[in-house]
Design a protein around this ligand. Structure first.
Ligand code: SF4
Length: 419
Protein backbone atom coordinates (compact mmCIF):
# COMPACT_ATOMS: atom_id res chain seq x y z
CA UNK A 1 0.00 0.00 0.00
CA UNK A 2 1.46 3.37 -1.03
CA UNK A 3 0.48 6.12 1.34
CA UNK A 4 0.63 9.86 0.76
CA UNK A 5 -0.12 12.88 2.90
CA UNK A 6 -3.02 13.71 0.56
CA UNK A 7 -4.71 10.36 1.12
CA UNK A 8 -3.45 9.24 4.54
CA UNK A 9 -3.09 12.38 6.65
CA UNK A 10 -2.77 10.44 9.91
CA UNK A 11 -0.23 7.80 8.97
CA UNK A 12 1.74 8.99 5.89
CA UNK A 13 4.80 9.85 7.95
CA UNK A 14 5.22 6.24 9.05
CA UNK A 15 5.52 4.86 5.49
CA UNK A 16 6.45 1.19 5.85
CA UNK A 17 8.83 1.37 8.80
CA UNK A 18 6.26 1.97 11.54
CA UNK A 19 8.86 3.27 13.97
CA UNK A 20 7.88 6.11 16.32
CA UNK A 21 8.36 9.53 14.77
CA UNK A 22 10.04 11.96 17.13
CA UNK A 23 10.73 15.67 16.73
CA UNK A 24 13.60 15.75 14.21
CA UNK A 25 11.79 13.52 11.75
CA UNK A 26 8.39 15.05 12.49
CA UNK A 27 9.73 18.50 11.62
CA UNK A 28 11.36 17.13 8.46
CA UNK A 29 7.94 15.82 7.38
CA UNK A 30 6.09 19.17 7.72
CA UNK A 31 5.52 18.71 11.45
CA UNK A 32 4.05 21.65 13.39
CA UNK A 33 3.30 23.56 10.14
CA UNK A 34 -0.41 23.19 10.96
CA UNK A 35 0.09 24.59 14.47
CA UNK A 36 2.26 27.46 13.18
CA UNK A 37 -0.35 28.32 10.56
CA UNK A 38 -3.18 28.13 13.09
CA UNK A 39 -1.53 30.37 15.67
CA UNK A 40 0.02 32.92 13.32
CA UNK A 41 -2.65 33.19 10.60
CA UNK A 42 -6.03 32.51 12.15
CA UNK A 43 -8.05 33.71 15.10
CA UNK A 44 -9.41 31.07 17.53
CA UNK A 45 -12.92 31.52 16.09
CA UNK A 46 -11.64 31.07 12.54
CA UNK A 47 -10.06 27.74 13.56
CA UNK A 48 -13.37 26.61 15.04
CA UNK A 49 -15.17 27.56 11.80
CA UNK A 50 -12.65 25.59 9.70
CA UNK A 51 -13.13 22.50 11.88
CA UNK A 52 -16.91 22.91 11.68
CA UNK A 53 -16.77 23.17 7.89
CA UNK A 54 -14.44 20.15 7.67
CA UNK A 55 -17.25 17.94 9.02
CA UNK A 56 -14.85 16.16 11.41
CA UNK A 57 -16.85 13.92 13.76
CA UNK A 58 -15.44 12.64 17.05
CA UNK A 59 -13.46 9.42 16.57
CA UNK A 60 -13.98 8.06 20.08
CA UNK A 61 -17.18 6.25 19.13
CA UNK A 62 -20.00 8.76 19.57
CA UNK A 63 -19.31 10.71 16.35
CA UNK A 64 -20.32 14.16 17.69
CA UNK A 65 -19.23 17.02 15.34
CA UNK A 66 -15.93 18.36 16.72
CA UNK A 67 -16.34 21.99 15.57
CA UNK A 68 -19.74 22.23 17.25
CA UNK A 69 -18.28 20.76 20.46
CA UNK A 70 -15.56 23.39 20.39
CA UNK A 71 -18.02 26.21 19.73
CA UNK A 72 -19.88 25.40 22.97
CA UNK A 73 -16.85 26.21 25.13
CA UNK A 74 -16.79 29.62 26.79
CA UNK A 75 -13.25 30.86 26.29
CA UNK A 76 -12.77 32.70 29.59
CA UNK A 77 -10.87 29.92 31.34
CA UNK A 78 -11.13 26.48 29.84
CA UNK A 79 -9.37 23.13 29.73
CA UNK A 80 -8.77 20.69 26.93
CA UNK A 81 -8.55 17.00 27.82
CA UNK A 82 -7.37 14.37 25.38
CA UNK A 83 -9.22 11.15 26.13
CA UNK A 84 -6.56 8.46 25.65
CA UNK A 85 -8.23 5.95 27.98
CA UNK A 86 -8.78 3.42 25.19
CA UNK A 87 -10.18 0.28 26.81
CA UNK A 88 -13.01 -1.03 24.58
CA UNK A 89 -12.37 -4.75 23.99
CA UNK A 90 -11.23 -5.22 20.38
CA UNK A 91 -9.97 -1.64 20.06
CA UNK A 92 -6.34 -0.58 19.70
CA UNK A 93 -6.37 2.26 17.17
CA UNK A 94 -5.45 5.10 19.54
CA UNK A 95 -2.59 3.01 20.87
CA UNK A 96 -1.12 2.94 17.34
CA UNK A 97 -1.27 6.75 17.08
CA UNK A 98 -0.06 7.33 20.65
CA UNK A 99 2.95 5.06 20.34
CA UNK A 100 4.02 5.96 16.82
CA UNK A 101 2.95 9.56 16.27
CA UNK A 102 3.02 11.36 19.64
CA UNK A 103 3.93 14.72 18.06
CA UNK A 104 0.97 14.60 15.69
CA UNK A 105 -1.35 14.28 18.70
CA UNK A 106 0.48 17.04 20.57
CA UNK A 107 0.25 19.30 17.50
CA UNK A 108 -3.51 18.64 17.43
CA UNK A 109 -3.71 19.47 21.14
CA UNK A 110 -1.84 22.76 20.60
CA UNK A 111 -4.21 23.81 17.80
CA UNK A 112 -7.33 22.76 19.72
CA UNK A 113 -6.11 24.54 22.87
CA UNK A 114 -5.46 27.69 20.84
CA UNK A 115 -8.97 27.51 19.33
CA UNK A 116 -10.46 27.13 22.82
CA UNK A 117 -7.97 29.57 24.36
CA UNK A 118 -7.07 26.91 26.96
CA UNK A 119 -3.78 27.45 28.71
CA UNK A 120 -3.64 23.97 30.13
CA UNK A 121 -4.31 20.62 28.46
CA UNK A 122 -4.27 17.10 29.89
CA UNK A 123 -3.76 13.77 28.20
CA UNK A 124 -5.65 11.12 30.20
CA UNK A 125 -3.85 7.94 29.17
CA UNK A 126 -4.79 4.33 29.83
CA UNK A 127 -2.27 3.27 32.48
CA UNK A 128 -1.43 -0.01 30.75
CA UNK A 129 -0.14 1.81 27.66
CA UNK A 130 3.45 1.86 28.92
CA UNK A 131 5.13 2.50 25.53
CA UNK A 132 2.67 5.30 24.75
CA UNK A 133 3.43 6.90 28.11
CA UNK A 134 7.15 6.75 27.45
CA UNK A 135 6.87 8.15 23.92
CA UNK A 136 4.48 10.98 24.82
CA UNK A 137 6.63 12.06 27.74
CA UNK A 138 9.67 11.97 25.47
CA UNK A 139 7.88 14.07 22.83
CA UNK A 140 6.67 16.65 25.39
CA UNK A 141 10.20 16.99 26.76
CA UNK A 142 11.62 17.40 23.24
CA UNK A 143 9.26 20.32 22.71
CA UNK A 144 10.04 21.87 26.09
CA UNK A 145 13.78 21.65 25.36
CA UNK A 146 13.29 23.48 22.06
CA UNK A 147 10.95 26.00 23.72
CA UNK A 148 8.16 24.99 21.35
CA UNK A 149 5.79 24.39 24.25
CA UNK A 150 5.09 26.49 27.31
CA UNK A 151 5.30 30.27 27.02
CA UNK A 152 4.64 32.18 23.79
CA UNK A 153 4.47 29.28 21.36
CA UNK A 154 5.90 30.27 17.92
CA UNK A 155 6.63 33.76 19.32
CA UNK A 156 2.92 34.42 19.70
CA UNK A 157 0.91 35.52 22.73
CA UNK A 158 -0.36 31.99 23.15
CA UNK A 159 1.07 29.85 25.98
CA UNK A 160 0.18 26.27 26.81
CA UNK A 161 1.19 23.56 29.29
CA UNK A 162 0.44 19.92 28.51
CA UNK A 163 0.34 17.30 31.30
CA UNK A 164 0.24 13.55 30.88
CA UNK A 165 -1.91 11.70 33.43
CA UNK A 166 -1.99 7.91 33.49
CA UNK A 167 -5.21 6.27 34.70
CA UNK A 168 -5.39 3.43 37.21
CA UNK A 169 -7.38 1.21 34.85
CA UNK A 170 -11.17 1.61 34.87
CA UNK A 171 -13.21 1.35 31.68
CA UNK A 172 -15.67 4.00 32.90
CA UNK A 173 -12.85 6.59 32.92
CA UNK A 174 -13.43 6.76 29.15
CA UNK A 175 -16.79 8.43 29.86
CA UNK A 176 -15.97 12.13 29.79
CA UNK A 177 -17.46 13.19 33.13
CA UNK A 178 -16.07 10.13 34.96
CA UNK A 179 -12.72 10.97 33.38
CA UNK A 180 -12.97 14.52 34.74
CA UNK A 181 -13.80 13.19 38.23
CA UNK A 182 -10.83 10.83 38.05
CA UNK A 183 -8.51 13.63 36.95
CA UNK A 184 -9.66 15.67 39.96
CA UNK A 185 -8.68 12.73 42.20
CA UNK A 186 -12.27 11.64 42.88
CA UNK A 187 -13.94 8.30 42.37
CA UNK A 188 -14.58 7.81 38.63
CA UNK A 189 -18.38 8.01 38.58
CA UNK A 190 -20.10 9.84 35.74
CA UNK A 191 -21.50 13.25 36.74
CA UNK A 192 -25.04 14.59 36.51
CA UNK A 193 -25.67 16.44 33.24
CA UNK A 194 -26.48 19.35 33.10
CA UNK A 195 -24.23 21.11 33.72
CA UNK A 196 -22.35 19.72 30.72
CA UNK A 197 -18.53 19.83 30.73
CA UNK A 198 -18.70 22.61 28.10
CA UNK A 199 -19.96 24.93 30.84
CA UNK A 200 -18.67 23.24 34.02
CA UNK A 201 -16.06 20.50 33.71
CA UNK A 202 -12.59 20.16 35.19
CA UNK A 203 -12.29 22.19 38.43
CA UNK A 204 -15.73 23.65 37.56
CA UNK A 205 -14.42 25.38 34.41
CA UNK A 206 -15.54 24.91 30.77
CA UNK A 207 -13.87 21.75 29.49
CA UNK A 208 -13.64 20.03 26.13
CA UNK A 209 -12.85 16.32 25.98
CA UNK A 210 -11.65 15.00 22.60
CA UNK A 211 -10.41 11.58 21.58
CA UNK A 212 -6.81 10.87 20.43
CA UNK A 213 -7.74 10.15 16.81
CA UNK A 214 -9.96 13.24 16.62
CA UNK A 215 -7.15 15.52 17.78
CA UNK A 216 -4.62 13.77 15.53
CA UNK A 217 -6.74 14.82 12.51
CA UNK A 218 -6.59 18.54 13.35
CA UNK A 219 -3.08 19.50 12.05
CA UNK A 220 -3.70 18.24 8.51
CA UNK A 221 -7.13 19.91 8.31
CA UNK A 222 -5.59 23.27 9.20
CA UNK A 223 -2.65 22.72 6.85
CA UNK A 224 -4.62 21.49 3.84
CA UNK A 225 -8.07 23.07 4.32
CA UNK A 226 -11.56 21.77 4.98
CA UNK A 227 -12.43 21.18 1.27
CA UNK A 228 -9.53 18.75 0.96
CA UNK A 229 -10.55 16.95 4.15
CA UNK A 230 -14.14 16.51 2.98
CA UNK A 231 -12.98 15.18 -0.39
CA UNK A 232 -10.68 12.42 0.86
CA UNK A 233 -13.69 10.49 2.13
CA UNK A 234 -15.88 8.16 0.07
CA UNK A 235 -18.99 9.05 2.07
CA UNK A 236 -20.83 12.07 3.45
CA UNK A 237 -18.76 11.67 6.63
CA UNK A 238 -15.49 13.53 6.04
CA UNK A 239 -11.93 12.30 6.20
CA UNK A 240 -10.18 9.05 6.93
CA UNK A 241 -10.57 6.72 9.89
CA UNK A 242 -8.36 4.23 11.63
CA UNK A 243 -10.15 0.94 10.91
CA UNK A 244 -9.32 -2.69 11.34
CA UNK A 245 -10.38 -6.29 11.72
CA UNK A 246 -9.45 -8.79 14.40
CA UNK A 247 -10.56 -12.34 15.14
CA UNK A 248 -9.90 -15.28 12.79
CA UNK A 249 -8.66 -13.21 9.85
CA UNK A 250 -5.38 -13.78 8.01
CA UNK A 251 -3.94 -10.33 8.66
CA UNK A 252 -5.45 -8.72 11.75
CA UNK A 253 -4.53 -5.07 12.16
CA UNK A 254 -5.42 -1.41 11.90
CA UNK A 255 -5.20 0.81 8.80
CA UNK A 256 -6.04 4.38 7.95
CA UNK A 257 -8.76 4.29 5.29
CA UNK A 258 -11.31 6.70 3.82
CA UNK A 259 -14.67 6.67 5.56
CA UNK A 260 -17.13 4.95 3.26
CA UNK A 261 -14.91 2.01 2.25
CA UNK A 262 -17.01 -1.15 2.53
CA UNK A 263 -16.50 -3.60 5.36
CA UNK A 264 -15.91 -6.32 2.74
CA UNK A 265 -13.05 -4.33 1.15
CA UNK A 266 -11.58 -3.82 4.59
CA UNK A 267 -11.87 -7.53 5.35
CA UNK A 268 -10.66 -8.86 1.98
CA UNK A 269 -8.07 -6.29 0.86
CA UNK A 270 -6.49 -5.38 4.20
CA UNK A 271 -7.28 -8.20 6.68
CA UNK A 272 -6.77 -10.74 3.80
CA UNK A 273 -10.02 -12.59 4.47
CA UNK A 274 -11.10 -15.26 6.94
CA UNK A 275 -8.61 -17.99 7.95
CA UNK A 276 -8.86 -21.35 6.22
CA UNK A 277 -11.41 -23.66 7.78
CA UNK A 278 -13.49 -20.79 9.19
CA UNK A 279 -16.48 -18.86 7.94
CA UNK A 280 -18.14 -15.68 9.10
CA UNK A 281 -21.01 -15.98 11.51
CA UNK A 282 -21.30 -12.33 12.53
CA UNK A 283 -19.14 -9.24 13.07
CA UNK A 284 -18.98 -6.35 15.46
CA UNK A 285 -18.31 -3.14 13.52
CA UNK A 286 -16.69 -1.04 16.24
CA UNK A 287 -15.81 -2.65 19.54
CA UNK A 288 -17.60 -4.86 22.07
CA UNK A 289 -20.29 -2.27 22.81
CA UNK A 290 -21.80 -2.36 19.29
CA UNK A 291 -24.55 -4.59 17.86
CA UNK A 292 -23.64 -7.67 15.81
CA UNK A 293 -24.05 -7.46 12.05
CA UNK A 294 -24.13 -10.40 9.61
CA UNK A 295 -22.42 -11.48 6.39
CA UNK A 296 -25.07 -9.64 4.35
CA UNK A 297 -24.02 -6.35 5.98
CA UNK A 298 -20.39 -6.60 4.81
CA UNK A 299 -21.12 -4.54 1.69
CA UNK A 300 -22.17 -1.57 3.80
CA UNK A 301 -19.93 1.49 3.73
CA UNK A 302 -18.01 1.93 6.96
CA UNK A 303 -19.42 5.32 7.94
CA UNK A 304 -21.55 6.59 10.82
CA UNK A 305 -24.94 6.72 9.05
CA UNK A 306 -24.75 3.49 7.01
CA UNK A 307 -23.81 1.34 10.00
CA UNK A 308 -26.47 3.01 12.14
CA UNK A 309 -29.15 2.34 9.51
CA UNK A 310 -28.23 -1.36 9.59
CA UNK A 311 -28.92 -1.38 13.35
CA UNK A 312 -25.44 -0.98 14.83
CA UNK A 313 -22.82 1.76 15.35
CA UNK A 314 -19.52 2.51 13.65
CA UNK A 315 -18.15 2.91 17.19
CA UNK A 316 -14.38 2.83 17.13
CA UNK A 317 -14.26 1.40 13.60
CA UNK A 318 -12.24 -1.61 14.79
CA UNK A 319 -14.30 -4.56 13.64
CA UNK A 320 -14.20 -8.05 15.13
CA UNK A 321 -15.03 -11.20 13.18
CA UNK A 322 -17.10 -13.81 14.98
CA UNK A 323 -16.37 -17.09 13.23
CA UNK A 324 -18.56 -20.16 12.84
CA UNK A 325 -16.74 -22.05 15.64
CA UNK A 326 -17.65 -19.48 18.30
CA UNK A 327 -20.61 -20.20 20.54
CA UNK A 328 -22.58 -16.99 21.01
CA UNK A 329 -23.59 -17.72 24.62
CA UNK A 330 -19.94 -18.26 25.61
CA UNK A 331 -18.88 -15.14 23.75
CA UNK A 332 -21.63 -13.05 25.34
CA UNK A 333 -20.73 -14.37 28.77
CA UNK A 334 -17.19 -13.13 28.22
CA UNK A 335 -18.33 -9.70 26.95
CA UNK A 336 -20.97 -9.14 29.66
CA UNK A 337 -18.59 -10.30 32.37
CA UNK A 338 -16.26 -7.53 31.29
CA UNK A 339 -18.98 -4.86 31.24
CA UNK A 340 -20.42 -6.04 34.55
CA UNK A 341 -17.01 -5.88 36.21
CA UNK A 342 -16.43 -2.39 34.80
CA UNK A 343 -19.76 -0.94 35.99
CA UNK A 344 -18.97 1.95 38.34
CA UNK A 345 -21.79 0.79 40.62
CA UNK A 346 -23.41 4.23 40.85
CA UNK A 347 -26.92 3.33 39.66
CA UNK A 348 -28.96 0.25 40.57
CA UNK A 349 -30.11 -0.88 37.11
CA UNK A 350 -26.53 -1.21 35.86
CA UNK A 351 -24.94 -2.35 39.14
CA UNK A 352 -27.49 -5.15 39.62
CA UNK A 353 -28.69 -5.70 36.04
CA UNK A 354 -25.35 -6.59 34.45
CA UNK A 355 -24.38 -9.23 37.08
CA UNK A 356 -27.89 -10.70 36.71
CA UNK A 357 -27.26 -11.10 32.98
CA UNK A 358 -23.91 -12.75 33.69
CA UNK A 359 -25.61 -15.18 36.09
CA UNK A 360 -28.18 -16.21 33.48
CA UNK A 361 -25.55 -16.58 30.75
CA UNK A 362 -23.48 -18.79 33.07
CA UNK A 363 -26.50 -21.09 33.54
CA UNK A 364 -27.15 -21.15 29.78
CA UNK A 365 -23.51 -22.05 29.16
CA UNK A 366 -23.81 -24.99 31.59
CA UNK A 367 -27.08 -26.03 29.85
CA UNK A 368 -28.92 -25.36 33.10
CA UNK A 369 -31.05 -22.43 31.88
CA UNK A 370 -34.68 -21.95 32.94
CA UNK A 371 -37.54 -21.82 30.49
CA UNK A 372 -38.00 -18.06 30.99
CA UNK A 373 -34.34 -17.10 30.75
CA UNK A 374 -34.45 -15.61 27.23
CA UNK A 375 -37.49 -13.50 28.17
CA UNK A 376 -35.73 -12.39 31.36
CA UNK A 377 -32.67 -11.36 29.33
CA UNK A 378 -34.90 -9.38 26.97
CA UNK A 379 -36.67 -7.73 29.91
CA UNK A 380 -33.38 -6.69 31.50
CA UNK A 381 -32.30 -5.29 28.13
CA UNK A 382 -35.50 -3.18 28.12
CA UNK A 383 -34.92 -2.07 31.70
CA UNK A 384 -31.43 -0.87 30.82
CA UNK A 385 -32.33 1.02 27.64
CA UNK A 386 -30.78 4.45 26.99
CA UNK A 387 -32.23 6.94 29.45
CA UNK A 388 -32.95 4.33 32.13
CA UNK A 389 -29.45 4.27 33.55
CA UNK A 390 -27.28 7.14 34.70
CA UNK A 391 -24.82 6.89 31.79
CA UNK A 392 -24.48 5.01 28.50
CA UNK A 393 -22.37 2.18 29.95
CA UNK A 394 -25.21 -0.30 30.51
CA UNK A 395 -27.08 0.35 27.23
CA UNK A 396 -23.76 -0.04 25.38
CA UNK A 397 -23.02 -3.26 27.26
CA UNK A 398 -26.34 -4.72 26.15
CA UNK A 399 -26.03 -3.87 22.45
CA UNK A 400 -24.21 -7.15 21.60
CA UNK A 401 -26.60 -9.19 23.79
CA UNK A 402 -29.77 -7.79 22.20
CA UNK A 403 -28.49 -8.37 18.67
CA UNK A 404 -27.19 -11.86 19.55
CA UNK A 405 -30.65 -12.88 20.80
CA UNK A 406 -32.18 -11.42 17.63
CA UNK A 407 -29.90 -13.31 15.23
CA UNK A 408 -28.86 -16.41 17.20
CA UNK A 409 -31.77 -17.19 19.54
CA UNK A 410 -31.40 -20.92 18.89
CA UNK A 411 -27.99 -20.95 20.59
CA UNK A 412 -29.51 -19.48 23.74
CA UNK A 413 -32.39 -22.01 23.56
CA UNK A 414 -29.88 -24.88 23.55
CA UNK A 415 -28.85 -23.90 27.09
CA UNK A 416 -32.39 -24.30 28.50
CA UNK A 417 -33.71 -27.35 30.30
CA UNK A 418 -37.29 -27.90 29.10
CA UNK A 419 -39.11 -30.03 31.71
S1 SF4 B 1 -24.84 3.03 34.03
FE1 SF4 B 1 -23.32 1.81 35.12
S2 SF4 B 1 -21.40 2.82 34.74
FE2 SF4 B 1 -23.04 4.32 34.27
S3 SF4 B 1 -23.37 5.41 36.20
FE3 SF4 B 1 -24.77 3.68 36.21
S4 SF4 B 1 -23.61 2.10 37.36
FE4 SF4 B 1 -22.13 3.62 36.68
Amino acid sequence: MIIYEETHPLTWRLKKKKKPIFLKKYLKYNGYNGAKKAITKFSPNEIIEIIKKSGLRGRGGAGFPTGIKWSLIKKKKSYLICNADEMEPGTYKDRFLLENLPHQLIEGIIIASYALQSKCAYIFLRGEYIIAEKNINYAINELLDKKMLGKNIFNSNFSLNIYLHTGAGRYICGEETALINSLEGKRANPRFKPPFPSSSGLWGEPTCVNNVETLSNIPSIIKNGFHWYKNISLSIDSGTKMMGFSGKVNNPGVWELPLGITARELLEDYAHGICNGYSIKAWLPGGAGTNFLLDKHLDLPMDFNSIQKAGSRLGTGLAVIIDNKINMVNLLLNIENFFSRESCGWCTPCRDGLPWIVKILKCLKKKQGKINDINTLKNICNMLQPGKTFCAHAPGALAPLKSAIKYFKNEFEKGIIYK
